[in-house]
Write a protein that binds this ligand. Structure first.
Ligand code: ZN
Length: 120
C-alpha cells in the first residue's frame, strides 16, 4: 500500500486544507496570524476526523467512552508523564541515516519520504 491512512484522510479533506499550503500575503497581522489560522484549521479538521473515527468505533465495535479515556491515559503515560503530551524520540532516515523528527513526512537532510507514525 503506497499511501498512509493520513494520506487517505487528507484526500477527502475540504479544499480549504489545500489552501493552507499556499503562502498568504496581505493577511492582517502577518505570517504569525496566518500560522495561527492554519493551526486552528488543522486542529478543527483533526478533531472532526477523531470524532468521526470514534463514532464509527462505538457503532461497529464494542468499545466504551471509559475504555477510550483509559487508552488515552495509557498513551499519555508512555513517556513517563501524565501531562497531555507524548514525547517521541527522533527516528533515523532510511536513506541518509540522519536523525529526524517523527513529525516530518520527508527527511530534512535528503528529502526522502519517511514512513513515520501517522500519529507522531
Ligand atoms: Zn535522509
Amino acid at each position: 500500500m503506497s499511501s498512509s491512512i493520513w494520506d487517505m484522510i487528507l484526500d477527502v479533506s475540504p479544499g480549504s486544507l489545500a489552501e493552507l499550503e499556499r503562502p498568504r500575503s496581505g493577511v492582517a497581522g502577518g505570517a504569525t496570524r496566518a500560522s495561527v489560522e492554519q493551526l486552528e484549521a488543522r486542529l478543527d479538521w483533526t478533531l472532526m476526523v477523531c470524532e468521526a473515527m470514534w463514532s464509527l468505533l462505538k457503532e461497529h465495535a464494542d468499545v466504551t467512552d471509559e475504555q477510550l479515556v483509559d487508552r488515552i491515559t495509557q498513551l499519555d503515560l508512555e513517556d513517563g508523564k501524565l501531562d497531555g503530551k507524548k514525547a517521541r524520540p527522533p527516528a533515523t532516515c532510511g536513506e541518509c541515516g540522519h536523525m529526524v523528527s517523527q513529525r516530518l513526512r520527508r527527511c530534512m537532510h535528503c528529502g526522502a519520504a519517511l514512513d513515520g507514525d501517522v500519529f507522531a
